[in-house]
Write a protein of this length. Structure first.
Length: 344
């Protein structure tokens, strides 16, 4: 990990954190994205002490003895386990900072639909983990739009759809503000769960979270493919309790994830319905931009285009858009309040 050359007064180097349900990305001013790890903590349930964080902890999911539990401190885009979230953040801050007692100024992304209480929980977790006060909050769709290169300050409509692990954030942005938005707690995790439930019902096969995610990445699609694919999937037979292998296809997995995919598309349509006519005309011309890991779901852009009639494009770097956007906002951290979610 690179050592950082400059510090501002009592602060460590400015940082922006995309605190995601599935993955956490850390952007350091002047360095870019320096950390990308799963939002997972492995905990000894006897002592309640974390044993591993991030990539190492994710490898333990489904493979731990009884006294070790791999937990995800965030659920549906908000903090589910405050104590573990604080420990995870502290670990990530220490990992990217060369000075032990540095208190970096920090920007953290939050879903557009969370409550003031949930926002404060994120802020307090970051402060307890070692961030300087105040911790700045930026809404995820705004950060994603900046990261995707949209002209958010321009007097025209820009529409961003950020599909993460826990939430899908849809927003229309103009003149540096969110004009219309919709946040639904349906995203990558719901797709994984839909696959688990489908395979359980159709094949009496129990799948783990990691296997379901792999199936989604390889066979998941939101629109019929030119060439449909098949793959073997291994799990535990619910009847015999023994390991079992089945063969499933892109058609079956598309059927399995239809409900959450439809919910994501409905969120886009609902936001368009709330958009002023002048901005809707801009979006018709400029198109809708997809960001987040969910943007990589095969055929999702075609599905949204088919149901809305709008041009669709995927951000150049969809997985990093939120982290890059929040990182770029560090360049004007003193003026960040115009992008920030209100905490009053």
């Amino acid at each position: 990990m690179a050592r950082f050359s400059s510090f501002s007064g009592m602060f460590g180097q400015d940082m922006a954190i995309d605190l995601g349900t599935a993955n956490t990305l850390v952007y350091v001013r002047g360095e870019g994205i320096v950390l990308r790890e799963p939002s997972v903590v492995a905990v000894n349930t006897v002592t309640n002490q974390p044993l591993a964080v991030g990539t190492e902890a994710k490898r333990m999911i489904g493979r731990t003895p009884a006294h070790i539990q791999a937990v995800r401190p965030l659920k549906d885009g908000v903090i589910n386990d405050f104590d573990m979230c604080e420990k995870m953040l502290a670990y990530f801050i220490r990992k990217v900072h060369s000075r032990r007692f540095a208190r970096p100024r920090m920007v953290i992304c939050v879903p557009v639909g969370i409550t003031g209480v949930e926002q404060r929980a994120v802020q307090e977790a970051a402060e307890h983990a070692g961030a300087a006060t105040p911790v700045h909050i930026i809404e995820e769709p705004m950060a994603a739009a900046i990261g995707a290169g949209l002209p958010v300050q321009a007097p025209r409509g820009n529409m961003i759809v950020d599909i993460g692990g826990g939430t899908t954030e849809v927003a229309v942005i103009s003149l540096g503000g969110v004009v219309a938005s919709q946040s639904v707690r349906v995203a990558g995790d719901e797709l994984d769960d839909a696959i688990i439930q489908f395979v359980k019902k159709e094949y009496s096969l129990a799948l783990g979270e990691r296997t379901a995610e792999e199936v989604k990445m390889y066979l998941g699609s939101a629109w019929p493919l030119i060439e449909e694919l098949q793959a073997e999937v291994r799990g535990r037979d619910l009847v015999t309790g023994l390991p079992k292998t089945i063969v499933t296809s892109t058609e079956e997995i598309r059927e399995a994830i239809e409900e959450p995919v439809a919910a994501i598309v409905d969120a886009v349509k609902f936001t368009l319905d709330k958009t002023p006519p002048e901005l809707a005309a801009d979006i018709m011309e400029q198109g809708i931009v997809l960001a987040g890991g969910g943007a990589l779901l095969s055929g999702l852009d075609t599905r949204i285009h088919h149901e809305t009639g709008m041009p669709i494009r995927i951000a150049d770097n969809p997985l990093d858009a939120v982290a890059l956007g929040s990182g770029r906002s560090l360049d004007s951290i003193e003026a960040l309040s115009r992008y920030s979610a209100s905490l009053d």
